[in-house]
Design a protein around this ligand. Sequence first.
Ligand code: KG4
Ligand code: ZN
Length: 339
Amino acid sequence: MTTILAIESSCDETSAAIVRNGRELLSNIVASQVPSHQRFGGVVPEVASRHHIACINPVIAMALEEANLHLEDIDAVAVTAGPGLVGALLIGVSAAKAIAYSQGIPLIAVNHMAGHIYANHLETPLEFPLMALVVSGGHTELVRMTDHVTFEVIGETRDDAVGEAYDKIGRVLGLPYPAGKAMDQLAHQGEDKYAFPRAMMEEDNYDFSFSGLKSAVINTLHHADQLGEEIIKEDVATSFQAAVVDILATKTLRALKEYPSKQLILAGGVAANRGLRERLEKELKGSVQFLRPPMKLCGDNAAMIAACAYYQYLKGDFADSRLNAFPGWAIDQALPSIH
Ligand code: KG4
Ligand code: ZN
């Protein structure tokens, strides 16, 4: 029996969780800072770091308390080492190092995007080979896995991430940060009236591009504003989401044809998107097992980090007290060297 305490502080949530044997969730505490960033319309790195400092110890204490455990009962401590905001990551990394050192237990450095994929594993065991569509505020990528913690990126965004496009358009529409969820709701209330562009659809690769789509939507809004025309927000959201879902579904289905997979996995904050879930479900028609994380595990949380860390633990993939934060750590890269 292996009990792992994990810490996540890569962006605007401070989280600690305890998971046994990679799947048994004993506790998962998430302290969100969203209200502090809303008035700025996005995450302010310095504000995020200060919040993490204030929250990290109480959040870890709460995770232990909820699991009814003490630090002495923990076999290893895991932490998100990247990608993310460097100042935010460093707080989790420092806390994890202190616990590993004081308890004499292994330290495990987990990639945040790998964690998002493993959020699914807490609900249904991963089966290989699998294809994961990872969509978050900072990333959009198609990732193939042939075994635990073995990742191959077969396609990724060349510019904006999907979540980023949702948040920026939402901001122009006057929605509070982060706007993804509210945009998704609006998209279910309007009509698909605008023919927004779908970039790179015909190209023979699995890469994405969302900046042209984002600009087209924002230009439409500014143009209408200049002419004094009234815009129906719901219609804009519906047409934008139709384009996003078209792009993501087309590339994902094509990837599944080239790479036969036992499962298709949706991961990251945008995995909560209802339009995307519905479209993939419809198009897959049961051809592969379709996993999407439970809503509460779509956003950033430490439970997903603990789930992934268990398989690194089994492989003896440990970090040491020199561990640093790696803001640009790609999922298919080994932990960058610190020497
Ligand atoms: O994974 P996540 O919590 O943080 C990152 O690692 O980036 O993803 C946050 C992103 C935000 O951009 C947010 O607007 C988006 O996920 N999001 C959604 C939905 N819920 C959250 N985007 C579209 N539809 C949603 N229902
Ligand atoms: Zn995330």
